[in-house]
Design a protein around this ligand. Structure first.
Ligand SMILES: Cc1cc2nc3c(=O)[nH]c(=O)nc-3n(C[C@H](O)[C@H](O)[C@H](O)COP(=O)(O)O)c2cc1C
Length: 204
């Protein structure tokens, strides 16, 4: 009898370890993860309120828990979360790109009060994918905490031109800026842009 009990307890314990519970609420069918994914939109108007470091740390921890090739974590991340840090990087970019109007360069950050600069390891062919997955974890976890985001490719070319901005960001040798993410509390509620469901199909 005692043996039977031990075997049953072990079976229950192993079942609990191996399965991850569904997050769908049986009563109303809602699922917070799917709702979070489906309601996230790029935010390009922000309230000036700062995002606290506790919140940012949580978001960044979610970011670096993204799946990544061989767990090489082939990314480097720098965070500008003060007006002074943002201004210093913007100014360096403006100085390094005299042919481009300063408003265009500053505008490419979309007014986000926090800017995350992500660099990839140029010697590793999966690194850009790693950085993409990191970025999505950042944006979705931020959204789940009420923080809006926008993924930004356009600042990268201005950054790459600017020795001073790159010096400030101080990425390691062999790492190049690949994407930026703006974060902040949203001051708009954009509609979802249409998606093309013909982009996926099953192999019959
Ligand atoms: C790699 C990448 C680069 C992007 N670059 C910019 C950018 O430079 N400026 C911008 O306003 N939005 C940028 N976006 C945001 C896209 O425009 C946006 O994700 C897309 O239109 C879908 O809208 P949604 O995010 O609201 O669903 C970028 C998104 C990605 C993934």
């Amino acid at each position: 009898m005692k043996h039977m009990f031990i075997i049953a307890a072990a079976a229950i314990a192993s079942a609990c370890i191996s399965c991850h519970p569904t997050q769908t609420d049986d009563k109303n069918g809602s699922n917070p993860v799917i709702e979070n994914i489906m309601s996230r939109r790029s935010i390009r108007n922000y309230r000036p309120a700062a995002v606290g470091r506790d919140t940012l740390n949580k978001i960044m921890e979610c970011g670096i828990n993204a799946p990544n090739g061989m767990n090489r974590q082939s990314w480097e991340i720098r965070i500008a979360d003060t007006p002074e840090a943002m201004e210093s990087i913007c100014e360096s970019m403006v100085q390094a790109n005299p042919d481009i109007a300063p408003e265009i360069i500053k505008g490419c950050f979309r007014g986000a009060p926090v800017m995350i600069f992500i660099a990839n390891d140029t010697s590793y062919d999966c690194s850009a994918i790693d950085c993409g997955l990191l970025s999505e974890n950042i944006m979705l976890s931020a959204w789940s905490l009420g923080v809006g985001s926008v993924c930004l490719g356009s600042p990268v070319r201005f950054l790459k031109n600017s020795e001073k901005a790159l010096e400030t960001l101080a990425f390691s040798e062999g790492y190049d800026p690949v994407i930026c993410i703006g974060l902040g509390y949203p001051d708009e509620k954009p509609e979802a842009k249409p998606r093309d469901i013909s982009k996926f199909r099953y192999i019959e």
